[in-house]
Write a protein that binds this ligand. Structure first.
Ligand SMILES: NC(=O)c1ccc[n+]([C@@H]2O[C@H](COP(=O)([O-])OP(=O)(O)OC[C@H]3O[C@@H](n4cnc5c(N)ncnc54)[C@H](OP(=O)(O)O)[C@@H]3O)[C@@H](O)[C@H]2O)c1
Length: 255
């Protein structure tokens, strides 16, 4: 009999909450967890035609404390506990005039979505995570955390803060068995990110493939490229991994 781990069953019995799981990277993460047997709740403001049908959908806005509290309560009620939390909801608008032109309300909105949502949601579900025998938090950051882009200064700063928060939390929670890791995607092909990159390259008058040119492996990432690393960190295969930041960027930040 083979002792090889059967990855197609590794999440049986696990309960997962994926924010921003209605489309893009989050939907792919949710589907990967479902495919390997997890019970999954996805939270977003609205469904899309790629929202995994087998997931329980919760409609909510993660930018406010009230929104986060409601999502946490509904998710815990649906799942009866929690083993895996993926703080994936994120993004921002770009301001071609650079950081001095980013309005105050955009800073607040971007920090709320990319930083505070993860802080608030993790705190809200922490008792459930502490009660789990296999608790894992995966926060989705961005290479923007370490590569300066003036038009996205608010997003860069929010993701950098998310990275440091995650490391801090990982050390704090290690003794209770809750692992916390970060996955840092480079440019990944999703409809919304593709549109954002096009607005950026058009607006800056730079070649349409400017982002691909920055990737040593010579292509944009796919959602599947990201999903496998998230699955590793969320699973028992990642049992000695905490406080890490795993770059899935085709070598972009290795230069
Ligand atoms: N794609 C890339 O190139 C790339 C690169 C680096 C990092 N990332 C990071 O990866 C994550 C996913 O990116 P993506 O490209 O998959 O994004 P996406 O396709 O735009 O999906 C974003 C998801 O978050 C949800 N969301 C957005 N605002 C929300 C809010 N206020 N409350 C609740 N849910 C909200 C969206 O649903 P609703 O709009 O219906 O709420 C959607 O489900 C983000 O954290 C992003 O910063 C992406």
């Amino acid at each position: 009999m083979s002792s090889k781990l059967d990855l197609s069953k590794e999440f049986i019995g696990r309960r997962a909450l994926v924010t921003g799981g209605s489309r893009g990277i989050g939907a792919a993460i949710a589907q990967r967890l479902l495919d390997a047997g997890a019970k999954v709740v996805v939270a977003a403001r609205s469904r899309s035609d790629v929202t995994p049908a087998a997931a329980t959908f919760i409609s909510g806005d993660v930018r406010t404390s009230e929104g986060v509290k409601a999502i946490a309560a509904e998710a815990l009620a649906a799942l009866g506990g929690l083993d895996i939390l993926v703080n994936n909801a994120g993004g921002s608008r770009g301001f071609l005039g650079g950081s001095p032109t980013i309005p105050d309300e955009e800073w607040q909105d971007t920090l709320a979505l990319n930083l505070l949502a993860a802080v608030r949601l993790t705190n809200a579900v922490l008792p459930a995570l502490r009660a789990s025998k296999a608790a894992a938090v995966v926060n989705i950051s961005s290479t923007a955390a370490t590569i300066p882009y003036g038009p996205f200064a608010h997003y860069c700063a929010a993701k950098a803060a998310l990275d440091t928060y995650s490391r801090t939390l990982a050390v704090e929670l290690a003794s209770s068995g809750v692992r916390v890791n970060v996955v840092t995607p480079g440019p990944v092909a999703t409809p919304s990110a593709d549109e954002l990159r096009k607005t950026f390259t058009d607006g800056m008058g730079i070649p349409a493939d400017a982002f691909v040119q920055q990737v040593p492996l010579g292509r944009l990432g796919t959602t599947d490229d990201v999903v496998e690393v998230v699955a590793l960190l969320a699973s028992d295969r990642g049992r000695w991994l905490t406080g890490g930041n795993y770059r899935v960027d085709g070598g972009m930040t290795a230069r």
